[in-house]
Write a protein that binds this ligand. Structure first.
Ligand SMILES: NC(=O)c1ccc[n+]([C@@H]2O[C@H](COP(=O)([O-])OP(=O)(O)OC[C@H]3O[C@@H](n4cnc5c(N)ncnc54)[C@H](OP(=O)(O)O)[C@@H]3O)[C@@H](O)[C@H]2O)c1
Length: 257
C-alpha cells in the first residue's frame, strides 16, 4: 500500500452518498474520494460540484463481474483506504409477487452481495484506524410486509456489519451499521411502482446530511451501530422490548395496510 489516502463511497451521486462525499471532500486528511454509481452523467455532475478531489467510477454494484473488474483499479493504484462507505442500495414498496425473479434478486445482489464483495476487495487496502460504514436502515429492526426483501437485506447488513466489526478488531478497522429512518432523497422514485399496497406513511423524515455526519462521528468512536434522531431511537428501543409480531402489527396499522 503506497498510494493515496482515499475514501471510497458507493452510491455517491445522490442522496446520502453525495452527503458523505461532500463532507469527506473537506477532510484535509483525505487526498481523494473515489465515488461509485452507475449513471455517468450524474457522476460528472458530482465531480463538477465537489471539485478535483473526486475521482468517479461507473460500476454496477449489483453485478459481481463489474465489481471484479473494478478491483483492478485498486490493484493498480494500491490506495490507503481510510473509509469504505457501502451506501448504494434501493427499495421496492410492493408485495412479493409484484416483482419478477430478476427484480427480486437484483435488490439482494446490490444491497447484500455488493456490500460483502466491496468489503472483500477493499479490506486488504485498509490500515489500522480505518473505517467501514455500511448503510442498513430502520427497516432492519423488524420484518416489514410489503417492503419485505428490502427490510430483509437491511437486517442482513446490520447483523453482518456488527459481526464483522468484531472480526476486524485485531486489525484496528471499525465497522458501523448505519440505520437511518426516512430520509429526503430520490430513493422513493425507484421504490414506488404503483403497487396495490405500498408504503405511504413516511413519518420522522430527516435530511441525509445529518445522518451522514452522525455516522462519521459514530464510526470514529468505533461504534458498531449508528442511529440518528429521536424517532428512530424510539423505534429501535421499541423493537427491543416488544415481540416482533406486535411490531409487525404496528407497521401494518401505521401504513393502513
Ligand atoms: N432514503 C431513505 O429513506 C433511506 C432510509 C434508510 C436507509 N436508506 C439507505 O440509504 C442508502 C442510500 O439511499 P438514498 O436514499 O440516498 O437513495 P438514492 O438517492 O436513490 O441514491 C442511491 C445511490 O445509489 C446509486 N446506485 C443505485 N443502484 C446502483 C447500482 N446497481 N450500482 C451502483 N450504484 C447504484 C445511485 O446512482 P445510480 O442510479 O447512478 O447508480 C445513487 O447514487 C441506501 O442503501 C438505502 O437503502 C435510505
Amino acid at each position: 500500500m503506497n498510494g493515496k489516502k482515499i475514501a471510497l463511497v458507493t452510491g455517491a451521486s445522490g442522496g446520502l452518498g453525495r452527503e458523505f462525499a461532500a463532507i469527506l471532500a473537506k477532510d484535509s486528511n483525505i487526498e481523494e474520494i473515489w465515488a461509485i454509481a452507475r449513471n455517468r452523467k450524474k457522476l460528472d455532475m458530482l465531480e463538477k460540484k465537489l471539485g478535483n478531489k473526486i475521482k468517479t467510477f461507473s460500476v454496477d454494484l449489483s453485478d459481481i463481474n463489474d465489481i471484479k473488474r473494478f478491483s483492478g483499479q485498486l490493484e493498480e493504484s494500491k490506495p490507503d483506504i481510510s473509509y469504505l462507505i457501502n451506501n448504494a442500495g434501493y427499495a421496492k414498496f410492493c408485495s412479493y409477487d409484484e416483482l419478477n425473479i430478476d427484480e427480486s434478486t437484483n435488490m439482494v445482489n446490490l444491497n447484500v452481495n455488493g456490500v460483502i464483495s466491496m468489503g472483500l476487495i477493499c479490506i486488504p487496502y485498509m490500515k489500522k484506524g480505518s473505517h467501514i460504514i455500511n448503510i442498513s436502515s430502520q427497516a432492519a429492526f423488524q420484518p416489514l410486509p410489503y417492503q419485505n426483501i428490502y427490510s430483509s437485506t437491511k437486517a442482513f447488513i446490520r447483523n453482518y456489519s456488527r459481526a464483522l466489526n468484531v472480526e476486524l478488531r485485531d486489525r484496528g478497522i471499525s465497522v458501523t451499521a448505519v440505520c437511518p429512518g426516512w430520509m429526503d432523497t430520490d430513493l422513493y422514485n425507484r421504490a414506488e411502482i404503483g403497487a396495490r399496497k405500498a408504503t405511504n406513511n413516511f413519518c420522522g423524515m430527516v435530511k441525509p446530511r445529518k445522518v451522514a455526519l452522525k455516522a462519521l462521528r459514530d464510526a470514529c468512536k468505533g461504534r458498531d451501530m449508528s442511529v440518528y434522531s429521536f424517532y428512530v431511537k424510539l423505534a429501535h428501543f421499541t423493537a427491543k422490548v416488544l415481540p416482533q409480531r406486535a411490531m409487525i402489527n404496528l407497521w401494518m396499522h401505521q401504513q393502513r395496510f
